[in-house]
Design a protein. Structure first.
Length: 190
């Protein structure tokens, strides 16, 4: 596979989950849609956009008159019903092939901003949990600022950023990887 020549025997492979290893956007959308309808007790015609992840900010923009209580209830319901939509998640076969090829010879690490419970549900559903040597989930500083997930994993694993190859699809996260000193990002054309 093109670009795999960058993977050496001592390379440590960091894999993001949502959008990189597994396409979870549709399942995420469906779980939000169900949660909205449960809380608002009404049907909503919310169009699915495969190029945009439905998140809390989009929820507020889509239904601007939500009370804070309704917003919290929707987020809670979304988390509760997410597992019902796991069959709507799809593996990115190109990236999964790399994970499967190198998980026995190299250190493989999940580095995601996904919440632990949801990430484990997705990984377990697809039989990927045991393919990783370490798992890093969403973390925040005490003041609720997002932690650079790559810097966090590097420091907790006591490794050098030059050893790491990152598989990531989000531009802002790619910048975080570069800021953490990682030189090889997405060695294949995603």
């Amino acid at each position: 596979m093109k670009g795999e020549s960058k993977i050496k025997f001592d390379s440590i492979l960091f894999f993001d989950m949502d959008g990189t290893l597994v396409d979870t956007n549709y399942a995420n959308f469906l779980s939000y849609k169900r949660a909205i309808e449960l809380v608002k007790k009404s049907s909503f015609n919310i169009p699915y956009n495969p190029k945009q992840r439905f998140n809390r900010s989009l929820l507020k923009n889509t239904i601007p008159n939500l009370t804070e209580t309704e917003f919290k209830m929707i987020v809670s319901e979304k988390e509760k019903n997410y597992n019902d939509f796991l069959p709507e998640t799809q593996l990115n076969n190109k990236i999964v092939e790399i994970l499967l090829k190198y998980c026995t010879s190299n250190k493989t690490v999940l580095v995601t901003n996904c919440r632990e419970e949801r990430a484990l549900a997705v990984l377990n559903y697809h039989g990927l949990t045991n393919k990783f040597n370490a798992l890093f989930f969403r973390e925040f500083y005490e003041d609720n600022r997002k932690i650079n997930k790559f810097q966090n994993a590097i420091s907790k694993l006591y490794i050098l950023p030059q050893q790491v190859i990152v598989f990531e699809n989000e531009e802002i996260e790619i910048v975080d990887a570069q800021n953490a000193g990682i030189l090889v990002i997405n060695p294949i054309n995603l």
